[in-house]
Design a protein around this ligand. Structure first.
Ligand code: URA
Length: 434
């Protein structure tokens, strides 16, 4: 088989056979294919699409491209969660310790930033000392001792996704339903959880811009998961504005701690509670979503969620002093305020552009090997529907240089539309597919 022929076949809109997809994924995993041919194939797949059969073969081949993670030594029903990617999507940092604090094992393999969306691993690495590389033996030990581990894919788990993910991030090939299904479900299948709760983001800051494509993605992932005996629930949530108010790495860690302290309510907490309730019910710890929500809320009020966060950070080599003293976290020194040029209601936000502004601060990558500025990012000061006076503060930007704050500030100012009339408020939870 010749990879150039396969690229041309997909480029011209033909269906790839099982053997051809397997050949491609093998070449990705064993490094025999160069990045430029892989990238060309990814672009052909994105532009021409893949049908259900191709997507299913892609996913299974990726899942089997390396080792699988045997979670059977971990007691209890293991429930995993994965987001399709958004802006200020700080969910995992709050959700994982909160669910674990209810005695439910959360063994989660997270990713780095992808396109304009942030990544949990990058955020965790802003905690001094925190180690995202955990061996299989330690992951099992942590899960049994404390019910929580959030880590990078182990060395040989879905190596095909590791390579494709990094290339998609920098080649404009993220927003393809088959590629997202392959990426997420291969990892989830290889990672071994019994039940999976998916957070499918929809809107201006998501790879799926409308409810139809979000549903298609959700149903595609559910179908593949269930065909392999996993229970899959998909929550479709709005990404028409950043979910939390902080975008960046250490900034999002601070916001997560504030939510766990009970100081911050709002959309981020609501998405955490919706996903968390589904995880708690799937794990058999509550009968109904209402019961599960009140258990989660109680563990914010009584501090158990925050206690679990401290244990999790210490266990993975980080310092829990960050919980009491945010100045230990990196925060970039150059700051710029973005001021409203007119009075009115916040009508809409181009959230992907705000994600790109975060990349411009240094909080995300443009090239695969770009180092991150873990202290850079954006503090949003308005939400959709808010009224702002001319001269009011829309956002603050943090970066290492004035050049970067200027570039980010321009993107943010252009991304926020202010009008005299308020817009229809959009729903946060758009659908739950069980
Ligand atoms: N998250 C992933 O792991 N992969 C994608 O393709 C998108 C979001």
């Amino acid at each position: 088989m010749n990879i150039v022929d396969l690229i041309i076949k997909k480029r011209d809109g033909f269906k790839l056979t099982k053997e051809e997809i397997e050949f491609f994924i093998k070449g990705v995993s064993d490094d025999s294919l160069p990045d430029y041919q892989i990238s060309a194939m990814l672009m052909a797949m994105l532009l021409r699409g893949m049908d259900d059969e191709e997507t299913s073969v892609l996913t299974l081949t990726m899942a089997n491209s390396g080792d699988t993670f045997d979670l059977s030594p971990v007691k209890g029903i293991k429930v995993d969660k994965h987001s399709t990617g958004g802006v200020a999507d700080t969910t995992t940092l709050v959700l994982a310790p909160l669910v674990a604090s209810l005695g439910i094992p959360v063994v989660k393999m997270s990713g780095r930033g992808l396109g304009f969306s942030g990544g949990t691993l990058d955020k965790l690495e802003s905690i001094p000392g925190f180690d995202i590389s955990v061996s299989y033996d330690d992951a099992i030990k942590f899960a049994n001792e404390s019910n929580i581990v959030v880590m990078s894919q182990t060395a040989n788990l879905t190596p095909a996704d590791k390579k494709l993910y990094a290339l998609r991030d920098v080649t404009g090939t993220v927003d393809s339903i088959p590629l997202i299904i392959g990426s997420i479900m291969s990892k989830k299948i290889a990672a071994g959880a019994d039940a999976i709760v998916l957070d499918v983001k929809c809107g201006s800051g998501a790879f799926m811009q409308n409810i139809e494509s979000a549903r298609k993605l959700a149903l595609g992932m559910q179908k593949i998961g269930e065909s392999l005996g996993r229970r899959v629930i998909a929550v479709i949530s709005s990404m028409d504005q950043p979910l939390g108010n902080y975008i960046g790495n250490s900034l999002e860690v601070i916001e997560a701690i504030e939510v766990l302290k009970g100081n911050v309510k709002g959309d981020l907490l609501e998405v955490v509670l919706t996903l968390g309730a589904n995880m708690v019910v799937s794990a058999g710890k509550a009968e109904t979503d209402e019961e599960a929500r009140s258990m989660l809320l109680k563990n914010i009020e009584n501090g158990e969620g925050l206690k679990k966060f401290r244990q999790f950070v210490l266990q993975q080599g980080g310092t829990d002093k960050i919980v009491d003293d945010y100045s230990i976290l990196p925060i970039s020194s150059v700051k710029k305020a973005i001021i409203a040029k007119e009075s009115g209601y916040i009508w809409s936000m181009d959230t992907a552009e705000i994600g790109k502004a975060s990349i411009a601060t240094g909080a995300g990558r443009v090239q695969k090997t770009d180092p991150l500025d873990l202290g850079a990012g954006i503090a949003m000061k308005v939400r959709l529907g808010d009224y702002i006076e001319k001269g009011g503060l829309l956002a603050e930007v943090f970066a290492a240089t004035e050049e970067k704050t200027e570039a980010a500030a321009k993107l943010i100012a252009d991304a926020i539309v202010i009008k005299e009339e308020p817009n229809e408020p959009s729903k946060l939870i758009l659908d739950i597919i069980k």
